[in-house]
Ligand binder design. Structure first.
Ligand code: ZN
Length: 281
């Protein structure tokens, strides 16, 4: 009898330990993310990293994975040759670039409003206009899948933009994903970035080093933009709480953007789509 009680107690202890651990310990988070939560220098990209790294899978499906943190790439397709002109949405004779969209019926009213605000943020001061899809062949299909991500540029046909609710439904995050769909990579991936920022490789989370690659981009004759909505924050993918990106010109420059497109972001859109630089669209 004693033995049975002992066995019972023993098994109760064993099963209680992992259960307790599971219930009460917070999930592992790199120190950089933990320490930054109370600070006010967060950026759009920090929100995307939080949503994608801690809730979502990096593999979207068997053949599609995320590059640079939130750009979807399909294996087998000519991956990523859209650093500028090869994947543009077509431009209408009236001078606008109309992007047809389908919005998942899974979104509620408030979510829909936020997504439309994200669209307006991109439209303001640019020639881009989002229009509900009627018959268009090429369109973005906005879906609350796992995480916040988009393909780069126009792929032809239907292409998903994932905006998970609620973690991706901030206006800035939405606008950032639309910028990828328009054809833009992250600002610090620019070909000339080493003149403007120092990448602090030893502080980067080991298996995310590839998120800091640079590419042969067409910079459209525009200056490097620390304030771009497409710029990683200073602590992106930090494994030890130290900065991973340091501006070369001044330590006081804020890197990244917390809310909206910068003026240069809007100019980028207008130049890529040859719409002219004026704001009166
Ligand atoms: Zn991004």
């Amino acid at each position: 009898m004693d033995r049975i009680i002992l066995l019972y107690l023993l098994s109760a202890c064993i099963s209680a330990v992992p259960a307790q651990k599971f219930l009460y310990s917070s999930p592992w988070v790199p120190r950089g993310i933990q320490e930054r939560e109370d600070r006010d220098d967060g950026t759009i990209m920090d929100e995307i990293i939080k949503a994608n790294e801690f809730q979502a899978s990096r593999i979207i499906d068997g053949s599609t994975s995320l590059r640079e943190g939130d750009i979807a790439v399909s294996a087998g397709r000519r991956s990523k040759v859209c650093f500028a002109k090869s994947c543009l949405w077509s431009k209408s004779v009236d001078g606008h670039v109309y992007i047809a969209y389908n919005l998942s019926p899974e979104y509620g009213e408030i979510e829909e409003k936020l997504i439309k605000k994200g669209m307006e943020t991109v439209e303001k001061g640019t020639c881009v206009r989002f229009v509900p899809r009627t018959h268009q062949r090429d369109y973005i299909d906005i879906q609350p899948k796992s995480g916040c991500w988009s393909y780069l540029g126009a792929r032809g046909g239907r292409q998903t933009v994932s905006l998970q609710s609620p973690s991706c439904l901030q206006v800035g995050v939405i606008a950032h994903e639309f910028m990828h769909a328009l054809g833009f990579v992250h600002e610090q991936s620019r070909s000339d970035r080493d003149n403007y920022v120092t990448i602090m490789w030893p502080h980067i989370w080991r298996d995310r080093l590839r998120n800091f690659e640079k590419f042969r981009t067409d910079n459209l004759n525009l200056p490097y933009d620390y304030n771009s909505i497409m710029h990683f924050g200073m602590y992106a993918y930090s494994q030890d709480g130290e900065p991973t990106i340091i501006p070369k010109s001044s330590q006081n420059i804020k890197v990244g953007q917390a809310t909206t497109l910068s003026h240069i972001d809007k100019m980028k859109i207008n130049r890529l789509y040859k719409c002219g630089d004026n704001d009166d669209y």
